[in-house]
Structures are given as C-alpha cells and as structure tokens.
Design a binder for this molecule. Structure first.
Ligand SMILES: Nc1ncnc2c1ncn2[C@@H]1O[C@H](COP(=O)(O)OP(=O)(O)OP(=O)(O)O)[C@@H](O)[C@H]1O
Ligand SMILES: Nc1ncnc2c1ncn2[C@@H]1O[C@H](COP(=O)(O)OP(=O)(O)OP(=O)(O)O)[C@@H](O)[C@H]1O
Ligand SMILES: [Mg+2]
Ligand SMILES: [Mg+2]
Lengths: 227, 227
C-alpha cells in the first residue's frame, strides 16, 4: 500500500547538508498499525509529510497504492490524497478564519458529499472527540488540547482508508488520550491502515509494528512487542 | 509571591457563559515547585496566562510580589513581566521572521544587557537544549520538538525568578523530556519558583505540590505525594 524506496530528504543549510530523511526503505501493508518513533528531530514528521503527499523526497521513490507519487500530476495527487488519507498534524494546522465545524467539513468536500451530509458527518466526528459544545468557536478560542481534537475529528470525519497521526495526543490529558487511542484501535479493527508517530513508548507498544528513526535513517523495523 | 483572590475568567459565547476560570483562590510562595493538572479545557492555560500577565481576570485579583497587577499601568506591568517571569508557551509562540538565536535574545533586551552579553546568554541557553547547530535556522525549518526547545531556551536565558511552563515537554521524546525536567529541578534547587502545567502524571509527581483544575475551578490543592 505504502512503500519507500531509498527515500531521502535533504536540506542545504549554508555549507551543512541536513539529512532529515536518509535513504529510507520500508513497506506498509493494508490494514497494518505501524508506530514511528525516535528522538526529537530524527525525521518522523519528514517521513509522514512525504507519505501524506505534502512533501516530495529529494531522491528515491514513494509508491502509494502501486502509483509512483512523484510521477503524478497535481490533480491526480490531490485526488488520491483527499480520498485515501486522513492527516492529524503535529501542529494541528487549523484554518484560523473558519469555525470548528467548518474546519472539519473542509476535507469532506472532496468526497463529493452533499452539504447536508458533510455537516452531519462533521457533527458526528466532533461529538466523537467531545467537542459538540464548540462547533461555532474559532480555533483561537480553544485550548491546546481542544485544537488537537478538532484536527483529529477533521482527519477521521471522511472515514479515510489510511490514517496518518503525527503525535495525536501530545496536548491531551491521560483520559482523553486513552479515548483517542481507543478510537484509532477501533478504526484499525475495522480494517483501516494506521501510521502513528509518537514519542510515548506506552503508546508505541499498542501498535503491531515499530519503525524507529535516528538522524533520518531506520535503526529498527519490526514487531512492537519484541524485546 | 503569586496570589489569586477569587479570580474568574468568563467568555460570553452567544447565550452560553463559558467559565474558563471559576472563582480560583490560591497562593504560591517563593521557591515552590507547583504542578497544575487537569483535563483538556479545564482552565490550566487560562490561569497561566493570568499569572504571566498576558491576560486579565474578568473578576477577582491577581497579586504578584505584593502588587495588585490589575492596578498597574502598562509600563509597570511590562517591567515586572520581563524582569521576573520566564514563560514557556503551550504553542511555543516563536517569532517567525527571526532566527532561532534572535528569538531567544528578544526577552534579554529588557534586562539591560549589552548586545554581546545577550548573544552569549542566548547561545548558552540553546546549548542547554542541544540546539547549538540550529542557531541560524528560521522557526519553520525546525521539527515540533525543536521549536518547543527554542521556547524553553528563550524562557530560561534571562534566569528569571519565576518560570511558567505550559506543557513544556508535550512534543519531546522521553530522553529529551527527562533532560528538560532535570533542568527545571536544578533551577528549583537554585531557588527559582516553578509553575508547571502538565497532563502527564509521572511529571506532576516530581513537583512539591499539585493544583488540580476541573471546569475552571480548583478540586485539589495539596502535596504531590498524597494518595
Ligand atoms: N477566547 C476564548 N473564547 C471562548 N472560550 C475560550 C477562549 N479561550 C479559552 N476558552 C475556553 O476556556 C476553557 C479553558 O481553556 P484553557 O486553554 O485554559 O484549557 P487548558 O486546561 O489549558 O486545556 P488544554 O489541556 O487542552 O491545553 C476551554 O473550554 C476553552 O474553550
Ligand atoms: N525546511 C527545513 N529546513 C531545514 N531543516 C529542516 C527543515 N524541515 C525540517 N528540518 C530538519 O529536519 C530534521 C527532522 O525534522 P522532523 O520534523 O522530521 O523531526 P521529528 O522527528 O518530527 O521531530 P519532533 O519529534 O521534534 O517533531 C530536523 O533536524 C529539522 O531541523
Ligand atoms: Mg515531528
Ligand atoms: Mg492549555
């Protein structure tokens, strides 16, 4: 479903070359639940952004559902991204001029749903993260954890096949975190593919498989419960 | 040192009154290490913003070092805030058009230091959070955890008497988190007053005292190690 072939992402900073991703090869199969872990700055979000079609590798190939993503034109790319992927961003990326409800409805427009259906699905998604009383709020009228939950609702509202979650519980108290992880595990049971970035080991071990990054390359790729 | 007398913060949202802070009274003494905990949306950042002189209560008084903060004029307020307080923001609040180094130097301007001294202190603070190789980066060229560490370096560079930390390790891996908490504990040993918001119980128990909030009011205020 998702494959990296020797993917690298480099940034030239003056006379230093920063290797945010360094020759990464891996495969994720449909229905898998993979945790990506590693130190701050090790390349996790860089990989996630490439998987989510928000960034392009400097070299190597990213294959999504058999298609070489680098060879797709803008429209084909937008089509795939909006239909297959739900992205929970590390920094939430809410649109400041839209209400909470409108923010969640935005990705649903690509699914060809009627206005009434988009509204209904968005309301259900926000209810799932206990924000039913904040539908008309603007993002800057929310606490940090509430903003994170809007980002979660937005990613899940369209029921996408692949869910990319970049530290989805970083701003949440432990009870709310458990609820969100429970949601992701239920979606996994229903056949969704989950790629989860976390720096919390207690969360990483709930995945089936762990990919550990260090300085942009893979230092471990195997079962989550191995020693 | 810090006292709330019946502090409330209300927002009128249509015909609902949201009580972000609800009649909170508490005192924090010099040299204490207090953790503020509670669910997402329970009012932690609201209280922190009032303590940090970034927001004003709707009612009640905030007393800082014997001064009623609400009665101070703008200049007196800026003076107190910049000399006494170091604030690590939940959303980092880095200035996007300044480099990492410049971001950390900004608060030091109020301390009356020479340009050379500001530069030296900023470099030391960034070294403390292992970002010496990112001094000339712009904030949008950093990972989430690196941005959080810049926010930490900026708060600590001027060696302020009171450190306000709003979820300072939310984006950090466990090793980096431990380093940051170790820093805060060392500062506490040196006599600094630390107010730390965290939703991580394992971090809260390292404080001396815990204030637990729910729906804007205090439901527990006592020793961290009580049952
Ligand atoms: N400008 C505003 N207008 C309306 N409501 C607001 C505003 N700012 C905050 N609130 C509300 O006040 C409540 C408390 O917010 P606060 O940011 O203090 O929570 P918190 O405890 O820091 O949460 P988190 O752990 O999610 O960061 C929330 O319900 C929030 O929606
Ligand atoms: N636009 C850019 N220009 C230069 N360097 C960059 C840029 N974007 C990212 N980097 C660097 O690439 C490295 C990896 O960044 P990435 O965001 O993938 O880390 P991460 O593992 O997600 O970290 P965190 O856990 O802190 O979120 C970091 O050292 C970062 O500074
Ligand atoms: Mg990241
Ligand atoms: Mg908060």
């Amino acid at each position: 479903l998702i494959a990296f072939n020797n993917v690298s992402k480099h940034y030239q900073m003056g006379d230093t070359l920063v290797k945010a991703a360094d020759d990464i090869s891996m495969e994720i199969n449909p229905g898998e639940f993979v945790a990506i872990v590693g130190r701050s700055g090790s390349g996790k979000s860089t990989c996630m952004n490439i998987i989510g079609c928000l960034d392009v590798p400097t070299s190597g190939e990213y294959i999504l559902k058999g298609e070489n993503v680098g060879a797709l034109n803008k429209n084909e790319l937008a089509e795939i991204r909006n239909k297959m992927l739900g992205f929970i961003f590390q920094q939430y990326n809410l649109l400041p001029k839209l209400t909470v409800l409108e923010n969640v409805e935005v990705p649903l427009m690509y699914a060809g749903l009627s206005k009434a259906d988009r509204r209904k699905k968005a309301i259900e998604a926000l209810d799932m993260v206990q924000l039913s009383d904040k539908l008309t709020n603007m993002p800057n009228q929310l606490s940090g954890g509430q903003q994170q939950r809007v980002s979660i609702a937005r990613a899940l509202a369209g029921d996408p096949a692949i869910i990319l979650a970049d530290e989805p519980t970083g701003a949440l108290d432990s009870k709310t975190s458990r609820d969100v992880l429970g949601l992701l595990q239920e979606l996994h049971k229903d056949g969704h593919t989950i790629v989860l970035i976390t720096h919390d080991n207690s969360i990483a071990v709930t995945a089936e498989r762990i990919i550990r990054l260090e300085d942009g390359y893979v230092i471990y790729d195997g079962p989550a419960d191995a020693p």
